[in-house]
Design a protein around this ligand. Structure first.
Ligand code: C5P
Length: 224
């Protein structure tokens, strides 16, 4: 592990799910454990970075040496991501952000009615990583994730382009041994020019390999 590979760098990492309230007692969310994002935060700190970890609700202990910001909704995650973004050198979006949120949050608990079918109205959430990658000034090096069940590299490449990312970490979540909630993962790091396969390993080991590779791309960027 290249020690000090991110020395002096300010790194923001989003992690975990977002939680979108429907009323005071209910929400829409997903099964993201936050393990990959938290492992990336640890690895970035070990590589010498100063890390802000912006996390949705998870059961993991926050890394001791990271600045941790706890959020619930996508809108809160966006606000925490943009706070101080001018000083950010590397932005890694590992969070599983809810694509939609309820149009309105009911003030009181929604009561069960006589109807058999109930419809929820949802509105699209802001795309956090695309917002950061689209910044006109002081845009950080931006890395996203793509969890896919088929044509993994194809969809990852189209997200890389559409969201204007520098790199995207593609993983095949159709394999139950890896991905959401599991301790292991296997990923492909995709740039506009190349693909780097990282074989199945613990999320901790993979995070260290990913940080090492990302740091290489940044040092090539800095020297060009
Ligand atoms: O489009 P999709 O959700 O598959 O893209 C995944 C990538 O985009 C991840 O890096 C995720 O953290 C990020 N994302 C985001 N804000 C959203 C949706 C996704 O930052 N609203």
């Amino acid at each position: 592990f290249q020690h000090g590979a991110l020395a002096g760098k300010r790194v923001f990492i989003t992690a975990g799910p977002t939680r979108e309230p429907l009323d005071p007692v209910r929400y829409i969310s997903n099964h993201s454990s936050g393990k990959m994002g938290y492992a990336l935060a640890e690895a970035a700190i070990d590589a010498g970075a100063s890390v802000k970890l912006i996390s949705g609700p998870v059961t993991l202990a926050p890394p001791a040496r990271a600045e941790c910001v706890q959020v619930e909704t996508a809108e809160q995650m966006l606000a925490a991501s943009m706070d101080g973004i001018d000083s950010c050198d590397l932005f890694i979006a590992a969070a599983a952000v809810a694509d939609y949120r309820p149009v309105a949050i009911a003030e009181h608990k929604i009561k069960k009615g006589s109807e058999e079918i109930m419809e929820l109205r949802l509105v699209k959430n802001p795309d956090i990583v695309a917002t950061v990658a689209g910044l006109a000034t002081s845009r950080p090096f931006t890395v996203g994730f793509a969890a896919e069940t088929r044509d993994v590299i194809g969809y990852a490449r189209s997200k890389l382009a559409r969201k204007q990312l520098d790199l995207i970490v593609a993983n095949d979540v159709s394999n139950p041994e890896i991905g959401f909630n599991s301790d292991d993962n296997a990923v492909t790091l995709v740039s506009a020019q190349e693909e780097i396969n990282l074989a199945q390993a613990s999320k901790r080991q993979l995070a260290r390999q990913l940080i090492e590779q990302i740091a290489l791309y940044i040092s090539r960027n800095d020297s060009s």
